[in-house]
Design a protein around this ligand. Sequence first.
Ligand SMILES: Cc1cc2nc3c(=O)[nH]c(=O)nc-3n(C[C@H](O)[C@H](O)[C@H](O)COP(=O)(O)O)c2cc1C
Length: 287
Amino acid sequence: MNDKIASHGAERTFSDSEQLISSTDVDSTIRDCNDHFVNISGFTRDELIGQKHNIVRHNDMPAKAFLGLWTYILEGKPWMGIVKNRCKNGDYYWVDAYITPIFSNGKITGFESVRRKPKKEDVARASKLYARLKAGKGIPKFSKVRKREVFLLLSSLALAALLGGVLQALGFSSLSWVGVLGGLIGYAGVWYSNRRDLKGLLEHMPHAFRDDTAMLTYTEDSGLYGQVKISILSDAAHLNTVVTRLEHGAQDVAEQASEAHVLSTQATNECVISRLKLSRWPRLFMK
Ligand SMILES: Cc1cc2nc3c(=O)[nH]c(=O)nc-3n(C[C@H](O)[C@H](O)[C@H](O)COP(=O)(O)O)c2cc1C
């Protein structure tokens, strides 16, 4: 059924401030979800709770994306990625998902997904990547060397050659080669020092996210710059999830406190009333 309706649906979007949250047990059965998740899905809460999470799976999503997801979360590690979901009527919506395992006494007891509105460029990139994977082609091999680096190398070469030419024209023929060589050595020095700094940064993030397929939904750079970008993004998503949980925890505590306040006021009132009733008895006997 998914296959037939999926490709004809219209896109639904949600606001930057909304987060679509769902939590599951270990076999992906939905145990809870927030109103935003219910509203966009077109299902009722009752239709979602108790169902496997693939109820919102869109047919354009390649199996490889979910393979990475499950490999990560079953190992107790968070996963992030750009995901296209289907609504009940065949419409669809894109999310930037961050899924974390939930532990109790050191064991995984379930998972939680916090989804935010994705960036347009990430959706465009993911869309292309997933179409490619669905067509049976592999993950594209992006060059580890950035276009900007190649451009800078060629520009410095051209500049060095120009400088060499000028020096030669001025009669400093031996110096012209020194100019070209100097330019090249200078460029290599800057390039090497940049890479060393980036590697140093990555050493501070040994647990950073590395799922190949998911990474390519956030960046076309599979080299060091791409890895640093993903590490920063996954740290930010992690922080957002922690803050969201704290907010929910604080809300629960506030609700419980207000219930406790109502109960204690009721108990106090009942106590006062029964004391008043008791204090009337002696007067009745005295009459
Ligand atoms: C907490 C959690 C949230 C998930 N959220 C989604 C989701 O929003 N969309 C989706 O297609 N799959 C989601 N999945 C993955 C599904 O369980 C499932 O692996 C996927 O839809 C692929 O379906 P299939 O295994 O039937 O091919 C989620 C899994 C977990 C544990």
